[in-house]
Design a protein around this ligand. Structure first.
Ligand SMILES: NC(=O)c1ccc[n+]([C@@H]2O[C@H](COP(=O)([O-])OP(=O)(O)OC[C@H]3O[C@@H](n4cnc5c(N)ncnc54)[C@H](O)[C@@H]3O)[C@@H](O)[C@H]2O)c1
Length: 260
């Protein structure tokens, strides 16, 4: 078996791939030889990211909260690339609120993208994977899906839903040659983290800088996480090197969560 991760001949979709962790995933998969379709609601950022990668990526404007846009993005991708071998469900949002301040709108906004869109993007690409008798679905959960939180109840519930859906998809489609896993990052320095630090620090009565520094000190490996830390593990999960893994929720968090 080749020693390097080799995704040549594979076609991947990365939702929310225009920036942050998604952008690092797009780069990682593309470096390993995959053709990548970047599905992002920010079509301009996605087009810029694809242009920087030259011929190995295409940009597809897609708001994953809308089923019709998911289906259109799937059709555009299959027409352009021929098949979808790997789906990375990365697009997600974060919001904080104390339990008594969580509104129905907050709950629905978080659940629609972080949980519902993960399911329907998966459902949209499954027929092409089943027909090809192979497929690989990797979703972004979070350490938040494994622990509780005083100030992010809907976010944590949405990420626990990703862990749960990963197990059900893995079980239901193992016989079709399809694997499903998810990753659970910790404190990753992206635009989303800036929002986490701003909102949580306000709730906790400290500055965003104090909040980030406090969180960084709590990481056993002693530093904040980089998008590349997550992307490297997703490169592994997307490859045959992880071929005997399915239904797993892999922590990639510097040691923050050390239980199952
Ligand atoms: N940053 C962290 O600390 C952290 C930790 C654990 C898990 N995660 C998860 O990782 C994933 C990526 O997070 P990030 O920090 O890179 O976020 P980010 O906000 O930096 O980037 C999110 C990307 O998703 C796109 N996007 C947002 N809504 C969309 C929609 N409706 N349709 C299509 N695209 C959409 C944005 O345009 C952007 O390109 C999320 O699922 C997040 O919950 C992040």
């Amino acid at each position: 078996m080749a020693s390097k991760i080799d995704l040549s001949g594979r076609n991947a979709v990365v939702t929310g791939g225009a920036q942050g962790i998604g952008r690092a995933i797009v780069e990682r998969l593309s470096e390993s030889g995959a053709a990548v379709a970047i599905w992002d609601r920010d079509g301009k950022l996605a087009a810029d990211a694809a242009a920087e990668l030259g011929g190995s990526a295409i940009a597809v404007g897609c708001d994953v909260m809308r089923l019709t846009e998911i289906e259109a993005a799937r059709d555009t991708t299959v027409t352009a690339l021929g098949r979808i071998d790997i789906l990375v469900n990365n697009a997600g949002i974060y919001r904080a609120a104390a339990t008594l301040d969580i509104t129905e709108e907050h709950w629905d906004a978080i659940m629609t993208i972080n949980a519902k869109a993960v399911f329907f993007a998966t459902q949209a690409v499954l027929p092409t994977m089943i027909a090809a008798k192979h497929g690989n679905i990797i979703s972004l959960a979070s350490m938040a899906g494994k622990v509780g939180s005083k100030t992010n109840l809907p976010y944590n519930a949405s990420k626990a839903a990703v862990v749960s859906m990963t197990k059900s998809i893995a079980l239901a489609h193992a016989a079709d040659g399809i694997r499903a896993n998810c990753v659970c990052p910790g404190f990753v320095e992206t635009d989303m983290w800036n929002m986490v630090a701003r909102d949580q620090s306000a709730l906790l009565g400290m500055s965003p800088e104090e909040f980030t520094s406090q969180r960084e000190k709590s990481v056993p490996l002693g530093r904040m996480e980089r998008p590349e830390d997550v992307a490297n593990v997703i490169g592994f999960l997307a490859s045959s090197k992880s071929g005997y893994m399915t239904g797993q929720a892999l922590s990639v968090d510097g040691g923050l969560v050390m239980h199952g």
